[in-house]
Design a protein around this ligand. Structure first.
Ligand SMILES: Cc1ncc(C[n+]2csc(CCOP(=O)(O)OP(=O)(O)O)c2C)c(N)n1
Length: 605
């Protein structure tokens, strides 16, 4: 098989050692090798490990920190770039929505020290609220986007992104996706290049985006696009193989590896970037084959640009616009467009995994909060975090969830609609509250909205794997730092009714939630109980069912605790409950909700 070959003449970084690395580790390595000095991120699957890996590099080399949200992370990186050092921010695709306001204007400003963003998409929506394609954002903002296809390219492209940023005075996005971020492959590593900091560039017309300045910067953004295209036309980040003159594939990023797997000898142009396009390379490739199909994941970004340029190509007619691709979907598409004959291999695997609906953990401190809300028949605006699982069986206690930080403002709108007869409650996790819950709480106070905010403080960002934040008192590098105290913060923002309660104390929690929802105005209940998994796995004395007392009423099963199930055995013709002692963490919630005292610690039996 002929290898895909570089299209350019650039000299490669001399590799030193090779290791198997996850895509996210390789991106972090690329950032470190490029000599970046300031790096910030807000966690979000599948991007989280980038910053976690950056924090393993020496602090003398770089600052690596969690920011309160993605816009703050990007703004920190932008500040460092203004001050002349190489800077980096990482986020998941929806994080770029939050950071986009800064990106759109920073595109006009450009950079002093290099400014690189890694943005990780989630085709297939494994762990996100939507499936948006970051490449459209790059085009919208007019910034180049590089798309590695494996871990080696993740390192090389990231490293190169810093050079491109400085050479063309532009922020650069490196796009990854779940499969690339979380897949390991062998990577040749290089060494760190120490890059001398540049002087602050005191050019007001460039740095301060008032209308008069922005007007003169916009044409520069458009000119820059042409310069980057010239660069990409010569860059060895692209790969090409010309074999068959009949059919050819233009592809990009991770899906290129699927195309290679299905069509190991085909004519392929693997672009390094969907925006801007290496137009000369495309023209040359188009001349060399009769029929071309574009294979890209999610939106027809390359396809649409090529159609505007007048090329007769197809793409999304054969390859779905939604969901994740795989070698099987690529094969099917290539069969449908007549590039290969049907082999039957494109049939999906018949062995379907058994559906296992997601569950809150045994002992999750969020469970009782939602039971209490059901107890007052609340209209609940939810938010994004582990607790979103309370929307489904058996808790069924959240009625809306849009995007991070929406719950409080959604609740304000619900209350203001005049159309709600139930008490209106917003539920929001600690990390999400810091991310984007504070401004809407100010709004609630300002408009004296009649809502309750249930702040679910489990002392960690649990959903994304347990990252610290400003209210945990620990930094990403594990150092002690100033801790935000939620009750103080809420009072300072003007909330007059604030209570803190341990969510394992079921009676007090229920009473407090009832009182809060009866209060006229803004009330805040802080449910204060650490996550059972983070920072250390909590394990207390397990509990068991006293079969002789259990009536099978299922009050405990309504918790949705994975340790509690129906007993297979029948007792006097009746099913009873059983508790798996290996899953039980001894939180004691079920002992409190059992109406017949039918559950007790194992040690008491
Ligand atoms: C804009 C955006 N950024 C990041 C994420 C990833 N994410 C999902 S939930 C979450 C935070 C969850 O932490 P918290 O609010 O404390 O709730 P917990 O999971 O601990 O219950 C994050 C960072 C996202 N979905 N959207």
């Amino acid at each position: 098989m002929d290898q895909l070959v570089d299209t350019g003449v650039e000299r490669k970084t001399k590799p030193s050692k090779s290791y198997p690395m996850m895509g996210n580790e390789a991106i972090a390595r690329g950032v470190w090798e490029a000599g970046a000095r300031v790096c910030a991120a807000y966690p979000g699957t599948p991007s989280t490990e980038i910053m976690e890996n950056l924090a393993t590099y020496p602090r003398e080399d770089l600052v690596a920190e969690w920011a309160t949200n993605e816009k703050t992370a990007l703004d920190i990186a932008i500040g460092a770039s203004f001050s002349g050092v190489r800077a980096f921010a990482a986020m998941k695709h929806v994080g770029l929505n939050v950071a986009s306001d800064s990106l759109m204007s920073q595109s006009y400003i450009g950079v002093n020290g290099a400014l690189v963003l890694a943005v990780c998409d989630d085709p297939g929506i494994h762990s996100s609220q939507n499936e948006q394609d970051t490449r459209l954002f790059a085009k919208f903002a007019g910034v180049p986007i590089l798309e590695p296809s494996d871990a080696q390219e993740a390192l090389d492209f990231t490293r190169k992104a810093f050079d491109i940023s400085e050479e063309f005075d532009t922020p650069v996005i490196v796009r990854s996706s779940t499969r690339l971020s979380h897949t390991r492959s062998v990577v040749c590593q290089g060494n760190r290049t120490e890059v001398e900091a540049r002087e602050f560039n005191n050019d007001i017309a460039k740095n301060v985006m008032i209308p008069a300045h922005a007007r003169s910067r916009h044409p520069k953004v458009l000119q820059r696009e042409g310069h980057v295209i010239e660069y990409l036309n010569k860059s060895d980040l692209n790969k090409v193989r010309k074999s068959s003159k009949k059919f050819g594939v233009i592809t990009v990023g991770l899906v290129a590896t699927y195309v290679e797997e299905v069509l190991p000898d085909a004519s392929i142009l693997k672009l390094a970037s969907s925006f801007p396009l290496a137009t000369d390379l495309v023209a040359d490739f188009m001349k060399s084959v009769e029929q071309v199909v574009v294979v890209e994941e999610l939106e027809p970004v390359i396809e649409d640009q090529l159609k505007v340029l007048g090329y007769k190509i197809e793409g999304k007619k054969y390859f779905s616009r939604d969901g994740e691709h795989s070698p099987a979907t690529i094969r099917l598409g290539l069969e449908q467009c007549g590039f290969i004959e049907s082999s039957g291999k494109s049939q999906p695997l018949s062995a379907e995994a058994i559906a296992r609906p997601p569950l809150l953990c045994a002992g999750c401190p969020h469970i009782t909060s939602y039971m209490a809300l059901n107890g007052v028949n609340a209209r609940v605006a939810g938010d994004i975090g582990c607790y979103t699982l309370a929307a489904i069986e058996p808790l069924h206690a959240i009625h809306t969830t849009v995007a991070m930080g929406c719950s409080i403002a959604n609740a304000i709108g619900m209350a203001q609609s005049g159309n709600e007869t139930r008490p209106v409650v917003a539920t929001i996790g600690d990390s999400t509250f810091l991310h984007s819950g504070i401004p809407p709480l100010i709004d609630a106070v300002y408009s004296n909205a009649n809502i309750t905010v249930l702040l679910l403080d489990n002392h960690i960002t649990a959903m994304t794997g347990g990252q610290d934040h400003a209210a945990t008192g620990r930094s990403l590098r594990g150092e002690d730092t100033t801790r935000i105290v939620f009750a103080d913060l809420c009072r300072t923002l003007g909330v007059k009714w604030v209570r803190e309660v341990d969510s394992y104390d079921v009676g007090t929690l229920f009473r407090t939630v009832r009182e809060a929802t009866e209060y006229r105005g803004v009330s805040v209940v802080i449910s204060n109980r650490p996550c059972v998994l983070d920072p250390t796995k909590i394990r207390g004395e397990p509990v068991e069912v006293r079969t002789e007392k259990c009536t099978g009423c299922q009050s405990c099963m309504n918790l949705g605790c994975p340790a509690i199930t129906w007993d297979e055995e029948m007792y006097d013709g009746q099913h009873k409950v059983t508790i798996d002692p290996t899953k039980c963490i001894g939180c004691s919630i079920c002992t409190q909700v059992c109406p017949v005292d039918g559950i007790r610690p194992v040690k008491n039996s």
